[in-house]
Ligand binder design. Structure first.
Ligand code: DX5
Ligand code: ZN
Length: 214
């Protein structure tokens, strides 16, 4: 089974977002990673519900919406109504993980928890039976093209062991490139997010192929 690639539109051209998103399926992408930042949880402000609604018209690929916002429960319904297919959020800034999981499942969509580099895998053990995926961060949220934090690699193996036979996917976000994807795959990765490696490439379709074939 090959890895799915979810290019992050944070590295796309914001002035030509529709065009860039429309190209993703031709390039061989599987999901579209949308980085929503509120300037409070992390030191950057990107975009929100109107952007999800706008790009929904330009692709049939699943929209993988990464909420880097405090109290995401306030907005989850609205992101789902705008067209999100996968919602991931950070439990340490959420008031009720269970409520968010229920809301997403009631809409028939997928939900996952995101772990920052300093948050331990075992901290989400109590939620593992209710979620569809876990996303590990290889950088601290805020910007694309940051340096990959090597110590996060081992968390893939820890998470794989925690998941065991359950049907829970592993996604990785931040610093993914041809230099580390093979090792990630070996440890059990299912979906890789890639911002700068794909959008910064001369030939993004080739970059996606390279990530899938290592
Ligand atoms: C980090 C974002 C990532 C980021 C990935 O704050 O959540 O999705 O855009 O970009 P690269 O692949 O360039 O590290
Ligand atoms: Zn992200």
């Amino acid at each position: 089974m090959s890895i799915k690639i979810s290019p992050s539109i944070l590295s796309a051209d914001f002035a030509k977002m529709g065009e860039d998103v429309a190209k993703l399926s031709k390039w061989g992408a599987d999901w579209v990673h949308c980085d929503v930042m509120d300037g409070v949880f992390c030191p950057n402000i990107t975009f929100g519900i109107p952007m999800i609604k706008a790009i929904r018209k330009y692709t049939d690929l699943p929209l993988d919406v990464h909420l880097m916002i405090v109290k995401p429960e306030r907005y989850v319904d609205k992101f789902l109504d705008a067209g999100a297919d996968i919602i991931t959020f950070h439990p340490e800034v959420s008031e009720s993980v269970e409520t968010i999981v229920d809301t997403v499942h009631r809409h028939g969509k997928l939900v996952g928890l995101v772990l920052n580099p300093n948050i331990e895998v075992k901290s989400i053990e109590k939620y593992i039976d209710m979620i569809d995926l876990v996303m590990l961060m290889g950088v601290y949220p805020g910007f694309s093209a940051q340096k990959f934090i090597e110590s996060t690699m081992d968390k893939i193996s820890q998470l794989k062991a925690l998941i065991g036979e359950r049907n829970v996917m592993i996604e990785f976000d931040g610093g993914v490139s041809v230099d580390n994807i093979q090792e990630m795959a070996k440890r059990g990765l299912d979906i890789a997010v890639s911002g700068s490696y794909v959008f910064g490439a001369q030939d993004p379709a080739k970059a996606i192929r390279t990530l899938k074939e290592f």
